[in-house]
Design a protein around this ligand. Structure first.
Ligand code: SF4
Length: 350
């Protein structure tokens, strides 16, 4: 009987997606692409990958860059800890591995931002190591192949990794893992999988039982919390006041408009903004008008941000709070920012 891996590799030879990191797949390209692909769709990643490679074509150029430059090139792709970890790992690879990305799975996992899946993907695709890789797509395919009706968790994970190891082929491991990724993306889709076109339908227990649409078993949906946020756009001639976020935590080391969250039931938002800037940063502002309302969803919560045009009574005599800076409005594109701050900046510059 033909093995699952043989069927998949035959299918891959005819159906592999043409992706920029697959032509001349250096370890550096594989690593950057795998980090970008964490929680992000292939189509979204492609232009960011190309922009990143144009600016940082190899590991030394990335290691030498300032973190702010890396964040700037990453801007728009989200989950900025990935960019910070990529940069940190590049410097560690230069310092500890003579600039060569390690092929060893334990060494890969010790680098910032590289977990079990990413280590398996890099080791197998870049170095041909006999390692499985279980991303969301491969996980779904595997769960359906086994007809596994278990909630997500460490027990389920252990079974999936064990099965993934058992069916690894003896050669072309990188192609095999990429074949599974492509199959999950194009055929074994989350909704309405194209089972009739699937090279694995005779191996797939869920297909035989007609249960593929019920799988994977999902976590119970938790209501995503909402935060009401106010922000001040404080101008001084051709400049605007920006705050630099701390390195650790969400949107670390990015710039934003000073503000913060207020109680959901807040009625007088300008007054709440005034009070917040005063208590948190010692700034006494005059709130002039509302500039816009922005909705944005992060992984664990969503926000509605109200941005207000503000003035400081005597901006030239002010001692700025730590991590605040005046920025020329015409140069805002050089300050790495999250999505909402960038939208506000574009509005200011237009
Ligand atoms: Fe997925 Fe259907 Fe193929 Fe099973 S037969 S692996 S459910 S596409």
């Amino acid at each position: 009987m033909q093995r699952i891996s043989d069927k998949l590799l035959l299918w891959y030879d005819e159906n592999a997606r043409s992706l920029p990191w697959r032509s001349d797949p250096t370890p550096f390209k594989v690593w950057v692409s795998e980090i970008m692909l964490q929680q992000t769709q292939v189509e979204t990643v492609i232009p960011y990958f190309q922009r990143f490679m144009a600016r940082f074509p190899d590991l030394p150029s990335l290691a030498k860059a300032e973190e702010s430059e890396v964040l700037q090139v990453w801007e728009g792709l989200g989950y900025y800890s990935r960019a910070r970890n990529l940069h940190k790992a590049a410097r560690l690879i230069v310092a500890d591995y003579a600039g060569q990305i390690p092929a060893d799975i334990a060494a890969l996992k010790s680098l910032p931002g590289i977990g079990a899946y990413t280590a398996g993907a890099i080791a197998s695709i870049a170095f041909g190591a006999p390692e499985p890789a279980l991303d969301a797509n491969i996980r779904r395919v595997t769960i359906r192949l086994l007809d596994l009706h278990e909630p997500p968790g460490s027990k389920t994970d252990a079974k999936l990794w064990e099965f993934a190891r058992q069916i690894l082929p003896a050669s072309r491991i990188g192609d095999y893992n990429q074949a599974l990724m492509d199959l999950g993306s194009a055929v074994c889709t989350p909704v309405n999988p194209l089972c009739q076109q699937c090279p694995l339908k005779s191996d797939c227990v869920a297909f035989q039982h007609g249960t593929q649409s019920e799988l994977p078993v999902r976590k119970l949906k938790v209501k995503v919390p909402h935060k009401l946020v106010v922000a001040a756009v404080i101008t001084r001639g051709s400049e605007v006041l920006l705050a630099h976020r701390p390195a650790d935590g969400m949107l670390g080391n990015l710039w934003e408009y000073p503000g913060g969250s207020v109680a959901e039931c807040t009625f007088d938002l300008p007054d709440a903004l005034r009070a917040l800037l005063n208590s948190r940063f010692g700034l006494s502002v005059e709130v002039e008008s509302q500039l816009g309302v922005f909705q944005h969803a992060y992984t664990h919560f969503r926000i509605t941000l109200h941005a207000f045009a503000c003035q400081l009574p005597a901006p030239d005599r002010l001692t700025l709070p730590p991590d605040f800076a005046w920025a020329e409005i015409s140069e805002l594109s050089t300050f790495p920012m999250g999505k909402v701050a960038r939208l506000i900046s574009r509005g200011l510059a237009s």
